[in-house]
Design a binder for this molecule. Structure first.
Ligand code: RTP
Ligand code: MG
Length: 153
């Protein structure tokens, strides 16, 4: 196993996660894994931004439905840091279709749909870089030390 790089990835709790009240469940899984939130915001996504985010799927049969779903209610956008966080988050998220995603994954445990599948995660370092710059200004990403080790009271 080669050493992994410390990375930042872009995750989005999709409209179904917000509508179903599963944001806390999803964020809790990320935190318990040891990943760190570097940025987080609630966004009702404008159509143009949705189309930019999913540009790789433009022209596919599911694209219009995907954009309609993604803009239908607010999402929670997160920048998430940790060793190998891009691949680690994809593993935590599971396969695209909730019916096929493995138990123990977010999609495998929490949904039955292929389209309304709760969460997006960047699929490569190149995607993460592009998506982070699409959703966050540099000033919105915060460096800090996790844990309460500084509290000596
Ligand atoms: P995401 O980008 O949202 O993290 O999902 P993913 O990598 O697992 O899947 P991707 O192939 O990138 O597809 C993006 C999203 O489009 C919807 N989809 N619908 N009806 C269909 O065949 C179909 N295929 C994809 C899903 O919401 C998927 O997450
Ligand atoms: Mg994808």
């Amino acid at each position: 196993m080669p050493p992994a790089a410390f990375e930042t990835t872009l995750l989005i709790a999709k409209p179904d996660a917000v509508q179903r009240g599963l944001v806390g469940e999803i964020v809790g899984r990320l935190e318990r894994k040891g990943l760190q939130l570097a940025g987080m915001k609630l966004v009702h996504v404008p159509r143009k931004l949705a189309e930019q985010h999913y540009a790789e799927h433009a022209g596919k049969g599911f694209f219009d439905g995907l954009i309609a779903f993604f803009t239908s209610a607010p999402v929670v956008v997160m920048a998430v840091r940790g060793v190998g966080s891009i691949a680690v988050c994809r593993t935590l998220i599971g396969a695209t279709n909730g019916r096929l995603a493995a138990p123990g994954t977010i999609r495998g445990d929490l949904g039955l749909s292929g389209g309304h599948n709760l969460i997006h995660g960047s699929d490569s370092p190149e995607s993460a870089e592009r998506e982070l710059s699409l959703w966050f200004d540099d000033a919105e990403l915060i460096d800090y030390t996790s844990s309460s080790q500084g509290d000596v009271y």
